[in-house]
Design a protein around this ligand. Sequence first.
Ligand code: PMP
Length: 425
Amino acid sequence: MTINSLIDRRSKLLGPKTPIFYDDPLHIVRGEGTWLFDSDGKRYLDCYNNVPSVGHCHPAVVEALCDQARTLNVHTRYLHENILDYAEQLLSKFDSSLSRAMFVCTGSEANDQALRIARMHTGSRGIICSNATYHGNTEAVIKLSTIFGSADDQSDDIRMVNWPDSYRTIDGLHGSELYDAYASQVKEAIASLQDAGVGVAGMIVCPIFANEGLPVDPHLYLQKVMPLVRDAGGLYIADEVQAGFGRTGKWWGHTDSGLTPDIVTIGKPMGAGHPLAGLIARSDLIDEFQEKCGYFNTFGGNPVSCAVGLAVLGVLEKESLIENSAEVGAYVLEHFLELKKQYDFIGDVRGSGLFFGMDLVSDRSKKTPDAALAKRLVNEMRNSGVLMGNIGEHGNILKLRPPLCFSKANADLLLETLNGVFAAV
Ligand code: PMP
């Protein structure tokens, strides 16, 4: 089967606009650890995929999945230990005030449920979110998401505020003054929702603003704005779908702020590729929601999903992957900062654990975003055997978030390849 015939079939069967990576799309047939292999047997260092965060096709995860699939898979209306063992272990990773777990199948669904819970609990409808984000694809959460151009900022009950960009800042401000300026936008959003008569149900953010572009000090921002939201009666919803499970070198992206969210949504790496997602919240919120609205999910929390979830937690701990994320992440970041000294087109470098953003510019003094260069470099790197992507409000940020088993040797190969490709452009 040639690449072109696959592209053709895909277009006919799934639609011509189905997103696909790279000018020269990849036909990946196998994965192992940090490596992906194409149909010609060529291997690629995966610096992009955060879902298989314990490594592609981890044997412990595959074994747990197969064992349970061979034994039983039903929904959660029967008693089963897996969901309890998993909920217990998962909850132990959070502040003790977050003591209930609810399982779903996707991050979108988790965020959708979070909005329902916040709106039911507060009796208000207003939601505040950032102006360059993605929280999923359901009817409710797509309205919060700008990256597919579908945001509904005209909606009565949604207010978008600037994400706390630490590079292209408001009026060149920095530090506390900058975060005061961002916080004043949240104050305005609160006032506007109150004036519209819908009140404030909550503010939902990825605590590291991963889709927006990974700013440097998101915790300083959260410390300023979340008390405002709570004073207005709203809840703090932390979308940890990207930031969670050790990506930042800590269990959760919200940890650094010292603030405990009211609801945390999780997904992506939770099931290492198996569709497992969820919501962790205060017991009063979940209990009230179940009382008033009821809740059941056909697939969420089934014995196979929970076996997979348990295996993922086991691997994260057994292989010290969160520590690895912090250690190798710091190593890569240090070298990225060196690259920045060498190449003028790197305007800014940001990183948190094994999550990096490299902000590319055509003019450093003006910080002019260079999305075309980002796209070109992503393609050149793919041709050189290293996979990454680009993100951000302007699409000009190189985005790297490899599996958490990324080693120093992997990092050296990444750095060597980047250097070669950068020098050539
Ligand atoms: N929240 C964030 C922060 C995300 O990045 C995404 C997906 N990219 C989602 C939610 C939606 O998750 P899913 O695709 O599993 O529905």
